[in-house]
Design a protein around this ligand. Structure first.
Ligand code: NAP
Length: 284
């Protein structure tokens, strides 16, 4: 049985969802989301910058699942990180998704005038257009400053979290502020041979589970929400089948030892990466 986490405003969020990053083709995206919903996923994670909000919206409509059963997340891109641009971007996302409200709306990156953008998010939250608001890629020093400044504490911080980048200290800070952690790249986007990793595979064998399932379960047991991506239905089904087993303390310790302590996917401390994100335009 899928677990739900309660956000700091009382809203319940499924602890597992389906991510659609790098699924730009509208037909593939729509079919993937339909397959995911049929497989039992109720949380869908998209972003304005993924270019597939319309396809996600089409799948939501076609799925026949009641709106209130679904939990839709999208994100504000860097280009729209200012008060005025964010007001417009929120409406654009609502229109593209074809929804009257978004369950969770995140600042995608701590870049641009993200304080201004967040004020627009706070307003839309108060108007009921956004049921919860949060952030992504906020490392501890950024998150602490943000929480000390804003009126509404973010409900969620979506950051890279997987066995090779565990961010244990960052999770402690999120807990201190009542911000729920959500894992992007829960499979490290396939890096470090995660799907055949000997430690994860060996642990999984005890429970009849794959390395992928062990990686997800490990995050779940740390209280983290996971949003694995796949365009293959058999993998979607495998990835959501993590609610009927649990890991021992010893399993958790063995996985703890895999932490590299840094990301091998992105580097938010590298000015070139920051510039690259600023130069990525999603509209005129
Ligand atoms: N906030 C942010 O900045 C941010 C950044 C990155 C991602 N995200 C979100 O997080 C979601 C997940 O992260 P991600 O998509 O980057 O990477 P991920 O979920 O860690 O990995 C996805 C990769 O794993 C493969 N895969 C999935 N399940 C598998 C299985 N059971 N066995 C073998 N291979 C499997 C997929 O291949 P196939 O698709 O071919 O099956 C795909 O290549 C994204 O979709 C997005 O919604 C957010």
């Amino acid at each position: 049985m899928m677990n739900y986490v309660t956000l700091n405003n009382g809203i319940k969020m499924p602890q597992e969802g389906f991510g659609v990053f790098q699924v730009p083709d509208a037909e593939v995206c729509k079919n993937s989301v339909l397959d995911a919903i049929a497989s039992g996923y109720r949380l869908i994670d998209t972003a304005a910058s993924y270019g597939n909000e319309e396809a996600v919206g089409a799948a939501i409509k076609e799925s026949g699942v009641a709106r209130e059963e679904l939990f839709i997340t999208t994100k504000l891109w860097v280009q729209d990180a200012s008060y005025e641009a964010a007001k417009k971007a929120i409406q654009t996302s609502l229109d593209k998704l074809g929804l009257a409200y978004i369950d969770l709306y995140l600042l995608h990156q701590p870049m641009g005038d993200y304080f201004g953008a967040y004020r627009a998010m706070e307003e839309a939250y108060k108007e009921g257009k956004l049921k919860a608001i949060g952030v992504a890629n906020f490392y501890p020093e950024v998150l602490a400053n943000f929480c000390e400044t804003v009126e509404i504490i973010p409900a969620v911080n979506q950051v890279e979290l997987h066995p090779f980048f565990q961010q244990t200290k960052a999770l402690e800070l999120m807990a201190e502020y009542g911000v729920k952690p959500e894992a992007w790249g829960p499979f490290a986007e396939g890096r470090n041979g995660i799907f055949t990793h000997p430690v994860l595979t060996k642990i999984g064998e005890k429970y009849g589970k794959s390395a992928a399932q062990v990686a997800l379960r490990w995050n779940v047991e740390r209280g983290v929400t996971v949003i694995p991506k796949s365009t293959h239905k058999d993998r979607m089904e495998q990835n959501i089948d993590v609610w009927d087993f649990s890991l021992t303390e010893n399993d958790m310790k063995e996985i703890e030892a895999l932490d590299l302590g840094h990301s091998e996917i992105v580097n938010h401390y590298d000015p070139a990466f920051v510039k690259m994100l600023h130069s990525y335009k999603i509209h005129e």
